[in-house]
Structure formats: structure tokens, C-alpha cells
Design a binder for this molecule. Structure first.
Ligand code: ADP
Ligand code: MG
Ligand code: MG
Length: 876
């Protein structure tokens, strides 16, 4: 073995797995060579050579230069041509090829090896001077702009002038003489623009071109593209040096691009374009209007047949739809590039299913190909991209789907208009639990503040409503009721459109495209269900949510938040009466009012989830969330008309003050509430068992799982569990108790609960990890404040890899989960475990849950298809 690195690989030495070293293009050229396809021979200068180039101060190392020219010598003997030879010159292309495809970002030079002498040799050898000069003028132009940094427009202007002078409409009307004249003009242009001659030494051409491609890694547009697409800056690019084939030699020549399947419909037909008598980028550059691949079938049937064979072979080899560049020289086909083709969501699904059915791809591999963004596009309405869009601003794409409506700044206005049949978009600086009826009424939500896990974002995602949040370019003038953006103003009632998938806010009503639950999507979901081991439950608070969840394939409810049932205006009032009650009797009276309402909610949910587990969490949030804000009360006090009214408001103010806490999220909430005010939980438990009994009477199959929030010590759970069993004993008859197999479990959302999970498990039938709170308390980050403040800063500076409220922190929070699962199961082997935070709908977090051995994930109904796929992806 030699001590020096191998910086250069001939195409026949590499393969598709060597992308990191050879770049995507180089690895695929090698793979195609290996497959025996007609690839013009050549070699790849590796990304390591690129790193070495940058390390030695933007210079090719001696070793790299030596290996390049050794490889070139071998290429000469393979082709029987010589680089710089006056009679039979070898010409090459120098092509960039990064590890991750960056289409159009970097540079390629064709026809390298031509100079004043070899161009004559090429003309004589081919008997086609026009062609030879065409190649040469292309080289000077590409070399001039890529290597010498001359702006393309200088060459364009000269070309334009020449055509005008010679009366040529298009490039192909220019004769040999014309190109010769242009070549002289180009050389003068190079001299005056760059202060140096176009190099006649072909070895110098090759060295300079290689360096220029390495350098182009750091050009502005490549850097921007990498930032947007999160491609690491230190990957570097490879350079491919390949012997030229010519599509510009005559009418039995051409060049084109073909997709092996239709990238917008997924249909299994070749799709693409080609140009006769053309070279390189002519097809994309719009020099002439290209012809469709369909035309090739009738014009050159043999060529079409051969191309079809190449396509089929490459698809089987790569097990995916390919985007292929080809050139035909004098009736012979060459393949110059292949890569996986870009496609839209619908096509992606169809192609993957078809490939499985054709036996090309396994179902497991097909599942791994599905991207979350694809599902978002297929399951939600979207903007019809063919229509013009007057984009006002772009915020965070917080909840996918598109919505059209009239601007409403006030949740009450939103809900009024909704009842009047007017579609609305709720526009707020940010939302709070009190705005929930406005969110419910709205087609979509737009906020100027708040991040991806802000209240608006979480609630909208839960309801499957489009939401754009944190849109800082808009200003909401609440007083004048105006939305101000980029010097324009929009009044309440004016139409806007939101695209929750891209974050765009668009003026007016833009046409939308409906969601498409295609047969392919359903097939893919069915396969996912075969493969996955995690069960997928829904977070659903109402019978309607439960019904939707079941339609999306939920296997139960993992979190039913009882407090959400109390936010409706009519119920909120009774709830408030209960909270401000001074005596247990008064409180009992208000609770008696709430009981039948809760019971009927539960009956509805049990009906929708017949035969499936329903996990109901007892009241969790601090009570003050149900009361009006102090400021609002002061206003109503000032506006109060009677003394009685004033007294009542004053009493409320006192109550609000007495409930005030400095840290409400660490205060009187969760099971602490249930322990201090037992009547509240008693009412909820009673409602649950009465609802269960009523359903059982209807021969229904009720699987009730009662969940206690915010337990931090086993004693809390022991106490409340005792209470549940007691009430069950009182409400259910002997027979009902036999038919109502309820379980009692707890959320694990306080770090101490995870640490003492073994003791807690003695009283729990299940653990449900409430990862929103668990993340908040493990990091010590206030979830409601972090995003707007330091978290964004942390993410920008890469102090954290992800927002931990979006992607579960496997390293820290994950340890607590692992520990709790292990110690819980040690005590109770049949302990059921799951997760019910926002993370339950996130792909990476679901993968963690699979590794941690949880039994289920629970997420918003609209995330269920994604969760089913993600759970399958984690399992394969
Ligand atoms: P990009 O990465 O921008 O697609 P490429 O390196 O693929 O750039 O080159 C662009 C085009 O140049 C190719 O599509 C092909 O038509 C042409 N080309 C590149 N190398 C050769 C070659 N050796 N012979 C003929 N044409 C070539
Ligand atoms: Mg290309
Ligand atoms: Mg919680």
C-alpha cells in the first residue's frame, strides 16, 4: 500500500456508495460505468483533493496534479487520442459534482483541450470545421466566465452582434466563418476583461479549470444554497474530468434530459426533452425550443428504444425514479449523468407504490422514502401554484394547509362571522386559551409573535387548521383594526390567504387545491401498519376530534384533556362560578351543573372510540386560566352600572388576586389541584363512570383509562387512585363493574416522577410521558417564553441542535424516559407506556419512542398518518 492518498479515481474504480469521496455525479458515473452503460470514460478528482486544495491556500497540491496527469495519460490510451495533439486531440469536460446535489449552483466547462492548433485538427479529423469552431467558441466563453470570472453578458453581446451582422436568426444558422470571427472577438474580450490571454497550453487549461471548480464551492450562490438546504460547508466538491462526446456534430446528434417516470403525476412513462444538434446546457438555456421525448419515439425509434432500456436498467439498479442526462453522437447514445429525480408529493407516493408492485423495491424501503412534507401536502389543502400570488410576508409554517378568509382581529368577531357563514382568518399578535373560540371559528390563524410551539401553533395543529405564526413583518394595529405590512394596510373584513405549509401570507383569495387521499397513500399507510410495532393513539378532546382521529387510523385516545371542554362560553361561566365559590357547598352546586355536561362529552367520546382505549386526564391547568385577566376586570368594574354588579366584580378581582401565582406552571395545578379541591376530581370521576355505565347499557365496549397529571411522588397517585376505586364502587353496580375494565395511570412529566418511577408503578397501570412539561422542567425552560426569547438565539448559534419542544431531546429528557420505563417495568412487567406531548407527532421523536420500547405514541388527529409512517420507518 502506498503512503500517499488516492486523490484521483478512474470511473471504473468507483461505485454509487462512494458519494462522500467522489461526489454524487462522480459516484453515479462510476456506477453506470460498472453497469456497462455507454458512459464516456473519465476520472474523478476527489473531495479530499478539494480539502487539500483549500488547506494549501487555494492551490492544487503537487500530488493531486501528478495523479491528475497520470489519469489523463491512461485516458489517452483508452480513447486512442492525445490531449493537445494537433491531429487527433482528446477533448474533455471538467464537471463539478458535490456530495449533496446542488443543481445549477456550481460550474462545468466543456470542450477543454481546444486551442488554435487543435481546433484545426478537430476540423480536419471530423471534416466538419463548423462543428470544431462551435466547440471552440463555447470553450472560450465557458472558460472565460468560470475560470477568469468574466461576466457572461460580454460574450452574449458579442454573439448577438455577430448574428445580427451575419443575418443569422439562431445559433445553428451561423456558419464556420462566423464562428471563426467570433472566436477572435472572444479572445480579444478575454484579454481586455481579464488582462490575460486565453491559455493555449491545454495542460494549463485543465489545471486552471479544476481549481476553478474547487473554488466555485465557495461562490455566493452555492453558499446561500447550502445555508437554506442545511448542507455542511465542509463537504467540498469533487471534479469529474470526462472525455467529450458531441451532440452538436449534425442532425443525427443531440442532447437531452429524461425522467424515467413523470415527476408530477408519477405515471410510468418517460418524460423529458431533447434538442437535435446541440451541446450541454442548450436544452435548459432556452436557446431553442426543445422537443419532447415522445417526439424522439417517432423521430429516432431505435434511439428511443435504447434510451428506454437504459432508463429501466438504471431504475432497477437505483430502485428509484431517475433524472438522466444523455447525448447522441452520430446515432450513438451516451449517458452523462443520473440521479434520483425530484418529484412532487403525489408522484412520490405513486412511484414508490408502483416500484414495490413491480418488484423493484421492497415495501420497507418504500416506506423509508416517504417524507413528512409529502404527507403534509397530500393530507391538506394547498395553494394552487398555477395562480398568481401577491405574497405580503412569510412567517413560520406552523400548521400545514391553506386557508382563505376575511381578516378578524377579535375572537368574538371571528365566531360571530363564522355563525353568519363568513369564512374568517383570525389575526392576533399571539393567542391565549381565551381566544380558543376564535381559533375554532377561523379557517386559519395568523400571529405576529410566537414560535412553532406557541399556543396558536399547538392549538391550530391540534385542530388541523392552517397556521402561520411569528410573522414579524406584519404589524397589528388593534386600535385602528388594521393589519400593516410593507407599507400596505388591510382592514378587518378584507380577504387574505394563508399557506401554513410555507408560511406565506397572501393578499386576497387565492384558488386552493383539495387534499388527495390517493389509493397509493392508503396503500402506503396499510403497509406502515403491517411493519410498525408502536401503536398510534390520538390526542382528542371532543367526540368530533375522536371521530376524525378514528378516520385517520387512531387505535385509541392517548390524551383527552378535560379542561378544553370548559372553555366554551356557556360552560366557562359555570366553571368560573365553581372557582370563585367561597364554601364547599357553593362549589358543589356549580360542579353539579358541570357534571351532566362532562358526562355527555364522555359518552360521545366513548361512542366514537367504541372498543378502543380512551385515556382521560383529570383537570390539569391552574384555575386562574379559566378566569378573566385582572386588567379586563378593572375595565368592567369602571363600566359596571349597578352596585350589585360592582360588588360581584370586586369579589372576582379578589379571587383572581388570591389565585395569582408567581410561577403558575409550577404551582397549584395537576393532581395538586385534585388533592386540594377533591370535589373537582370527584365530579370528573363520577361523570366518567356514569358515562361508562350508560354506554355499557347500550352494549358498548368501553375501555376507560383514567390518567392523573403532574404526579411527583407515589403518595399522590396512591391517594387519588384510592378515590377513583371508591367512586367506582359507589357508582357502578356489581355487573357494570365486571364490564367496565378501567385502568388508572399517571403522566410522567415531572423529573422526580421519572426518578422514582419504580415506586409510582406500584399504583399505576400505565405511564404516559407528558413530554411538553417534562422538557420544560428538565431543561428549566419556560415553554411559553423560551421561543420568543433565548431559544431562537440558541438555535441560530447552534448551541442546541433542535428546538427541544419540537424534537424530543433524546440525550437528556430521553434518559429520564428510559429510566422510568425500565424501573416501572421492573416492578410491573405489564406496565403500558406511551407518550402524549407535542413530540408524539414528530418523526425523530417517534423514532426515539420506538427505541425506548414504548407501547404507543399519541398525537393530534391530523398527525396520525405521519405518526403511522414514522413508527413504521423506525421499525424497519
Ligand atoms: P450540471 O451539474 O450543472 O448539470 P454537468 O456537469 O452535468 O453540469 O454538465 C452540464 C451538461 O454538459 C451535461 O448535461 C451534458 O449535456 C454536458 N456535458 C458534460 N460533460 C460532457 C461530456 N463529457 N460530453 C458531452 N457533454 C457533456
Ligand atoms: Mg448535470
Ligand atoms: Mg402536562
Amino acid at each position: 500500500a502506498s503512503l500517499t492518498n488516492q486523490y484521483v479515481y478512474a470511473f471504473h474504480e468507483g461505485n454509487a456508495r462512494m458519494k462522500q469521496l467522489l461526489g454524487g455525479k462522480g459516484a453515479n458515473l462510476a456506477e453506470m460505468t460498472r453497469a456497462g452503460l455507454p458512459v464516456p470514460p473519465g476520472f474523478t478528482v476527489t473531495t479530499e483533493a478539494c480539502h487539500a486544495y483549500f488547506k494549501s491556500g487555494n492551490q492544487l497540491t503537487e500530488e493531486t496534479i501528478r495523479q491528475i496527469f497520470d489519469a489523463l495519460a491512461r485516458l489517452e490510451s483508452e480513447t486512442g487520442q492525445a490531449f493537445g495533439d494537433a491531429r487527433n486531440p482528446l477533448l474533455v469536460s471538467v464537471r463539478s459534482g458535490s456530495v449533496t446535489s446542488m443543481p445549477g449552483m456550481m460550474d462545468t466547462i466543456l470542450n477543454l483541450g481546444l486551442n488554435d492548433e487543435t481546433v484545426e485538427g478537430l476540423a480536419a479529423a471530423t471534416g466538419n470545421p463548423r462543428f470544431a469552431y462551435d466547440c471552440y467558441r463555447r470553450l472560450i466563453q465557458m472558460f472565460g466566465s468560470v475560470v477568469l470570472g468574466i461576466e457572461g453578458m460580454h460574450f452574449e453581446r458579442l454573439l448577438h452582434r455577430l448574428k445580427a451582422k451575419r443575418g443569422a436568426e439562431a445559433d445553428q444558422d451561423v456558419a464556420a466563418e462566423g464562428w471563426r470571427e467570433l472566436i477572435e472577438n472572444y479572445k480579444t474580450c478575454v484579454r481586455s476583461q481579464s488582462g490575460r490571454e486565453f491559455p493555449q497550453n491545454v495542460r494549463e487549461q485543465l489545471g486552471l479549470a479544476t481549481e476553478a471548480v474547487f473554488r466555485s464551492w465557495n461562490n455566493q450562490r452555492a453558499q446561500v444554497y447550502r445555508r437554506i438546504n442545511r448542507i455542511p460547508d465542509d463537504q467540498g466538491t469533487a471534479v469529474n474530468v470526462q472525455s467529450m462526446v458531441f451532440g452538436n456534430k449534425g442532425d443525427d446528434c443531440g442532447t437531452g434530459v429524461v425522467f424515467t417516470r413523470n415527476p408530477s403525476s408519477g405515471e410510468a412513462n418517460l418524460f423529458g426533452e431533447y434538442l437535435i444538434n446541440a451541446q450541454g446546457e442548450d436544452v435548459v438555456a432556452g436557446v431553442r425550443t426543445p422537443q419532447t421525448i415522445g417526439t424522439l419515439r417517432s423521430e429516432m425509434p431505435d434511439m428511443y428504444a435504447e434510451l428506454s432500456q437504459v432508463c429501466a436498467l438504471l431504475e432497477r439498479r437505483y430502485q428509484d425514479m431517475q433524472d438522466i442526462e444523455f447525448t447522441v453522437e452520430s446515432g450513438k447514445l451516451y449517458v452523462l449523468q443520473t440521479r434520483s429525480g425530484k418529484r412532487n408529493a403525489q408522484a412520490a407516493m405513486k412511484i414508490a407504490v408502483d416500484l414495490v408492485q413491480e418488484g423493484v423495491l421492497t415495501m420497507e424501503k418504500a416506506l423509508l422514502r416517504i417524507e413528512a412534507s409529502h404527507l403534509d401536502q397530500l393530507l391538506h389543502r394547498g395553494i394552487d401554484e398555477s395562480a398568481a400570488a401577491d405574497v405580503l410576508a412569510v412567517g413560520l409554517p406552523a400548521s400545514p394547509g391553506a386557508a382563505i378568509g376575511r381578516i378578524a382581529f377579535d375572537p368574538d368577531v371571528a365566531s360571530e362571522w363564522k355563525q353568519a357563514g363568513k369564512p374568517v382568518i383570525l389575526v392576533r399578535p399571539e393567542t391565549t386559551p381565551e381566544d380558543i373560540h376564535g381559533v375554532l371559528a377561523a379557517e386559519g390563524v395568523l400571529t405576529s409573535r410566537g414560535g412553532m410551539t406557541s399556543h396558536a401553533a399547538v392549538v391550530a395543529r391540534g385542530m388541523g387548521k392552517p397556521c402561520v405564526c411569528g410573522c414579524e413583518d406584519i404589524r397589528i394595529d388593534e386600535e385602528r383594526k388594521r393589519l400593516v405590512v410593507g407599507g400596505r394596510e388591510f382592514a378587518e373584513g378584507e380577504w387574505i390567504t394563508l399557506d401554513g405549509a410555507s408560511g406565506r401570507v397572501i393578499a386576497g383569495a387565492v384558488p386552493l387545491k383539495e387534499a388527495t387521499a390517493s389509493p397509493e397513500l392508503l396503500q402506503m399507510l396499510a403497509w406502515a401498519d403491517e411493519v410498525r410495532s408502536l401503536r398510534v393513539y390520538a390526542n382528542a378532546d371532543t367526540p368530533e376530534d375522536a371521530r376524525i382521529a378514528r378516520e385517520f387510523g387512531a387505535e385509541g385516545i392517548g390524551l383527552c384533556r378535560t379542561e378544553h371542554m370548559f372553555f366554551a362560553p356557556s360552560r366557562l361561566e359555570i366553571m368560573q362560578r365553581m372557582i370563585v365559590a367561597d364554601t364547599p357547598e357553593e362549589r358543589k352546586e356549580a360542579l353539579d351543573g358541570l357534571l351532566p355536561i362532562q358526562q355527555s362529552d364522555f359518552e360521545g367520546i366513548f361512542a366514537a372510540m367504541d372498543g378502543l382505549p380512551v385515556t382521560v386526564r383529570l383537570l390539569d391547568p391552574p384555575l386562574h386560566e379559566f378566569l378573566p385577566k385582572a386588567g379586563e376586570l378593572q375595565t368592567s368594574l369602571a363600566e359596571a352600572k349597578s352596585e350589585a354588579e360592582r360588588t360581584e366584580i370586586k369579589q372576582l378581582i379578589r379571587k383572581v388576586q388570591s389565585l395569582h401565582e408567581a410561577n403558575p406552571m409550577l404551582g397549584q395545578r395537576g393532581c395538586r389541584l385534585g388533592i386540594v379541591y377533591p370535589e373537582i376530581y370527584d365530579m370528573q370521576i363520577e361523570a366518567l363512570f356514569k358515562a361508562a355505565a350508560a354506554r355499557i347499557e347500550q352494549q358498548a365496549d368501553v375501555r376507560l383509562e383514567i390518567m392523573i397529571p403532574l404526579v411527583g411522588d407515589a403518595s399522590e397517585l396512591k391517594l387519588l387512585r384510592g378515590r377513583i376505586d371508591e367512586i367506582a364502587g359507589q357508582i357502578l353496580t356489581e355487573e357494570e363493574r365486571r364490564n367496565c375494565r378501567y385502568t388508572v395511570g399517571t403522566m410522567i412529566e415531572v423529573p422526580r416522577a421519572a426518578l422514582t418511577a419504580g415506586r409510582i408503578a406500584e399504583y399505576a397501570d400505565f405511564f404516559s410521558f407528558g413530554t411538553n412539561d417534562l422538557t420544560q422542567m428538565t431543561f428549566g425552560y419556560s415553554r411559553d417564553d423560551a421561543e420568543g426569547k433565548f431559544l431562537t438565539h440558541y438555535l441560530d448559534r447552534k448551541l442546541l441542535p433542535h428546538n427541544p419542544f419540537q424534537v424530543l431531546d433524546a440525550e437528556g429528557v430521553g434518559q429520564l424516559i428510559d429510566l422510568a420505563v425500565t424501573s416501572g417495568r421492573a416492578v410491573k412487567p405489564a406496565l403500558k407506556t406511551g407518550i402524549c406531548g407535542e413530540h408524539g407527532g414528530d418523526k425523530d421523536s417517534i423514532a426515539f419512542c420506538h427505541r425506548a420500547g414504548l407501547n404507543y405514541v399519541s398525537c393530534s388527529p391530523y398527525r396520525i398518518p405521519l405518526a403511522r409512517i414514522a413508527a413504521a420507518q423506525a421499525a424497519v
